[in-house]
Ligand binder design. Sequence first.
Ligand code: F6R
Length: 609
Amino acid sequence: MCGIVGYIGDGNAKDIIIDGLKKLEYRGYDSAGIAVYKDGKLEIRKRRGRIVNLEEAISNEDLQSGLGIGHTRWATHGAPSELNSHPHSNADNTVAVVHNGIIENFAELREWLSKEYGIVFRSETDTEVIAQLIGIYYDGDLLDAVYRAVDKMRGAYAIGVICSKEPDKLIAVRKESPLVIGLGTDCNFIASDIPALLKYVRELYLLENNETAVLTRNAVVIYDAERKSVKRDVLHVTWDAAAAEKEGYDHFMMKEIHEQPKGISETLNRRLTPEGEIVLDGISLTKENLENFNKIYIVACGTAYHAGLVGKFAIEKLARIPVEVDVASEFRYRDPFVDDKTLFIAISQSGETLDTLAALREAKKKGARILSVVNVVGSSVARESDDVFYTWAGPEIAVASTKAYTTQLVCMYLIALYMGRLKGTLSKAECDKYIGELKSIPEKLERILEKEADIEEIAKQLYKTEQVFFIGRGPDSGVSYEGSLKLKEISYINSFAIAAGELKHGTIALIEQGTLVVALATQDRLFEKMLSNIQEVKARGAYVMGIAKEGNTDIEKQSDCVIYIPDCMDEVSPLLAVVPLQLLAYYIAKLRGCDIDKPKNLAKSVTVE
Ligand code: F6R
């Protein structure tokens, strides 16, 4: 959500920034802009829509400069217009600011700046308030002006600032919104995410909350909130820049669907000894801890929340501890029953989702122990947790989450198995059986990917539909929610997921001739019940696409088409059952001509409330 790139050095800031912004496109945005220092002035250019619009608009301009900041904006305050795009500047255009996040007291500050200083605002944004504040406080010391401005601001933000009166520096501030600093030779960078910088640097500093960094061509100094300089370890990025490229696939989403077998193996390998024992290195969950917990909350948003729904089934079944799953934006406002007997599990791909972070903090304040399941190493959720279980899916670029979901599921199974063994609710033999099943998933998943062409054919018959229902029972109901979300977010088809048994309590009224129903029937013990639910919708004219395990061919009698997944234990079937649904959503979206990797209105990392 919004992207920042800044550069200071001997290179051409404009090209480096545009290139970096393109790497951040996955975060979602609706306009882009850049400010560079040139001939004693700040030159600011902005365009609505894609970065290429901006690139084309400035392609013939001589904006050669060694200092600049750029931004992709995802509108919050004010419509996605050129005027509201970043960078924003102060009254005399000597200070330019790019900003991610939200300034909560911006209306108050705006009024104060207008009344006290006669500032006339040019945009509707909260960001312009920052630029104007720095402008009025500037008295020959940019760092001082930034500190004074930040002192007035409430909210969550990451900002980049340049000033035509001090063209030898680039200043960055972080509060809640992520910001990294790239350390080059005779140049330094800022960015809201690592992929933006990998072409240029591998050594980074991760800025912490309430820290300010002053970047010059040859140095980076980080200061804390009291303006004392702080030391920071250099993070050396080992993953390849290619990990953030499409590698021949049409879309990142498809590439990431195909990376799932590898991601799952990696997640398992990191936590299993060659003998198949689960090792939770760095996670200090003891038998006593577990006995102390009387409940577990799993809290997350979107796809990560859906992983939590399956996690609940796994933990309750294998470790026999009551689990509640909640969406983070609700959890934090409902005064939940949390105390020191609560284990709070946060699930997040980005580790920066504001609602999840806020819920985590709420639980921590009340004494809960925090375990997080996170993909991005060093992210805010990871840093604020007592224990972290990384998913090792590699960078996920497509807005629609796929490999993060399946690796999150693997983590939830491993946590459930580990707890079950620790508590004694699961025998060694049973645990070994589950581990064996998990280890077989990558190969089984490859077999589903081989059916890609079949799913594409089904998509060709179905892509014009305007309404879809996903139904399932037990762990399949969690997968239904995920399948429905995938479809609606990338194809914009109105889709709805519901526990199959709940259908008859109202929603079945919507089923009519030709309504598409995707029925997940991968649970052996619930298979017959699902067949009855399928019959109920068939009787009302639905077109049914069934998902079942190989061998359960009875489903063919009630369905119009069926995709089989390899046989597996019921508990782990979500790892396989979700894959045809990801592929179905992908092909339907493609046939409808949708922007698959960057769906409208969506952002990869949701850092606002
Ligand atoms: C959907 C999707 C979102 C995210 C949600 C949480 O495909 O990606 O629903 O799952 O915004 O994001 P994280 O996992 O980064 O906290």
